[in-house]
Design a protein around this ligand. Structure first.
Ligand SMILES: O=C(O)CCC(=O)C(=O)O
Length: 295
């Protein structure tokens, strides 16, 4: 009689190493340099550029700019458009953008991002409705983001935790206001906070009593790298003191069994190992959803 060999199915859980996963769990964040290449970023940059084009036309039509800077490169154009204008002109278009543009869906569905996220939360992944494109235009007050925990934007949501994936689309450095993080703060509850009043946008800002003995770690990162962080991990970003735009996106993911937060926008099933046929297509995401009409 020969013994039967039992083969257990291999379950693939993303592509992070156990060291990277331990680092994320311990520090509350993880850097993945060069996660994306130019091709991965091309469609989202095209969508953002289309929005910049609309803004240029709008400013021009209102006589606020003498040129639409049509030939300017991506990192220059918005900075040139707003160079002679005020914070109020900039804020009319929002400090960060959450349009439903095809390039955003393309990026949020990128398998390289989802593979990393899968390592942390498993293969049933919901793309949270809170995603932002951030044009950090030079010298606009709203460019500098105060210390906060992302969770302060959804304190009542039954989600635990949401993972933020922050990606610069141009090199982010100390001069143009890269992300700064306070490691190991993700084990804290949601700290008390207030809506700040100096940027004109009402960022949630952690109250001063929690900001003693801050351990601040600046995280400069080349375009296409990613910083993954837990939504309780304290972070902030500094002003843009250059002449070009510090473009970034912050995307968010969570397991499918958590609060989808519809009051914040439209999320979608980005990956399902169990029910791949249920994953959202671009058309699903773009579809008209009457339940969101009131927003
Ligand atoms: O991009 C920034 O400057 C800040 C990003 C941020 O605060 C976030 O993603 O929660």
């Amino acid at each position: 009689m020969h013994s039967m060999s039992i083969t257990t199915p291999q379950i693939t859980w993303g592509n992070l190493t156990s060291e990277q996963i331990s680092y994320y769990d311990r520090e509350g964040y993880l850097i993945l340099p060069h996660l994306l290449n130019k091709e991965d970023m091309a469609r989202v940059i095209a969508s953002m550029s289309a929005k910049v084009n609309q803004i240029a036309h709008d400013l021009f039509a209102h006589g606020l700019v003498a040129s639409k800077y049509e030939d300017s490169p991506f990192e220059w154009r918005l900075a040139q458009l707003f160079a002679g204008l005020t914070d109020a002109h900039f804020l009319k278009y929002g400090r960060s953008w959450r349009d439903r543009l095809p390039g955003y869906f393309d990026l949020m569905s990128n398998p390289k991002i989802l593979d990393a996220v899968e390592s942390l939360i498993g293969g049933e992944i919901f793309a949270n409705p809170v995603y932002n494109t951030r044009p950090k235009v030079p010298h606009v007050a709203a460019g500098a983001v105060p210390w906060h925990q992302d969770k302060s934007y959804w304190p009542d949501a039954n989600s635990n935790p949401v993972i933020t994936v922050w990606i610069p689309l141009v090199d982010a450095n100390l001069e143009n206001g890269c992300l700064h993080i306070w490691p190991r703060t993700h084990r804290k509850r949601v700290l008390s906070y207030h809506r700040e009043t100096h940027t004109g946008t009402g960022y949630t800002e952690t109250d001063a009593q929690h900001l003693k003995n801050v351990r601040v770690v600046p995280l400069p990162l080349e375009a296409g790298g990613a910083i993954l962080f837990n939504d309780r991990c304290l972070h902030m970003s500094t002003p843009n003191n250059t002449r070009t735009v510090r473009w970034s996106v912050d995307l968010r993911y969570q397991p499918t069994d958590q609060d989808p937060m519809p009051q914040h926008g439209i999320g979608f099933l980005a990956r399902s190992r169990r029910y791949p046929e249920r994953m959202a297509t671009l058309e699903d995401w773009l579809a008209y959803l009457p339940e969101h009409e009131a927003r």
